[in-house]
Design a protein around this ligand. Structure first.
Ligand SMILES: Nc1ncnc2c1ncn2[C@@H]1O[C@H](COP(=O)(O)OP(=O)(O)OP(=O)(O)O)[C@@H](O)[C@H]1O
Ligand SMILES: [Mg+2]
Length: 257
């Protein structure tokens, strides 16, 4: 199962991605986490202190991969086949970081996006593997169809007009890419009134509401990760994980019949 988490800037994409990773790991899955944000935070949230070489720094590899399909892609790699050079591995968790912050005014993210799209296309997964991609904020990457090979897109939204507008924009772009499993997750939803508003906006695509938790502010301030967080947002994330499993097994039943 390949899942991408997207949405407007600051809505909670990395928080949701990190907590979903935690819940899949606790469920016995092997997880490949990909931080596709040019300003990556996932390693910190997952309490990984080791430096991971971003794919963006591997210019030779990028040039080669962007031009032709190299051995990793034509052979349909499994998670274990991926080059250790730019991957962190720990007890079922694998983390790759896509791109570093580019210099102001310079460079385009296309080669990294191409590598990511190819990787997502050709990677072979078992039923106990899950890939979770923490996407760059906004909609720019949709132009390069980086998310086209994923199985499920989760759009994180706040109960605020700006974030809701971006979510509608993403839903439209996802439709153009023929993505079917596209769902909306409400974050920092305070009350029923806000939940009703989001349900009305997104109908059946609306999966779940996550509450706000002040504890995240303290954790950010202290530079603490989320691996030991078991508060109210995590309780809802576990429910979200179950829904994701149901939706993906429904899909494979449909595909078989
Ligand atoms: N449910 C929540 N309750 C309280 N604070 C939250 C919640 N979700 C996220 N936050 C806080 O909001 C801020 C932004 O969250 P996060 O970094 O996950 O968003 P993002 O969408 O990944 O942002 P960016 O677009 O910069 O990548 C963080 O300080 C995080 O701790
Ligand atoms: Mg983020």
């Amino acid at each position: 199962m390949k899942i991408a988490v997207c949405g407007k800037g600051g809505v909670g994409k990395s928080t949701v991605a990190a907590l979903l990773i935690k819940s899949f790991l606790e469920g016995g899955y092997r997880v490949l986490a990909i931080d596709a944000d040019p300003s990556p935070h996932l390693a910190r949230l997952l309490e990984i202190k080791e430096k991971i070489t971003p794919i963006a720094e591997m210019t030779d590899l990028l040039a080669e991969r962007a031009e032709k399909s190299g051995p990793y892609y034509t052979l349909n790699p499994k998670i274990d086949d991926l080059p250790e050079k730019f991957m962190y591995k720990r007890n079922g968790l694998n983390l790759m970081v896509l791109g570093a912050i580019r210099t102001a005014g310079g460079g385009c993210a296309c080669p990294e996006q191409t590598v990511l799209r190819r990787l997502l296309t050709y990677l072979l997964l078992t039923s106990r593997d899950v890939v979770i991609v923490d996407m760059e904020a906004g909609v720019e990457h949709f132009g390069r169809a980086t998310v086209a090979p994923i199985d499920m897109l989760l759009i994180i939204t706040l109960p605020q007009r700006g974030s809701v507008e971006t979510t509608h924009q993403i839903l439209k772009l996802a439709k153009e890419l023929n993505l079917e499993k596209v769902y909306v997750v409400g974050n920092r939803v305070k009350d029923e009134h806000q939940e009703v508003f989001l349900k009305r906006e997104f109908g059946e695509r609306y999966l779940i509401s996550l509450p706000g938790d002040e504890d995240f502010e303290r954790r950010e301030f202290e530079g603490e990760g989320l691996l030991d967080y078991n508060g109210p947002v995590y309780q809802k994330i576990k429910e979200l994980k179950r829904k994701i499993e149901e939706l993906s097994s429904e899909a494979s039943r449909c595909a078989k019949s």
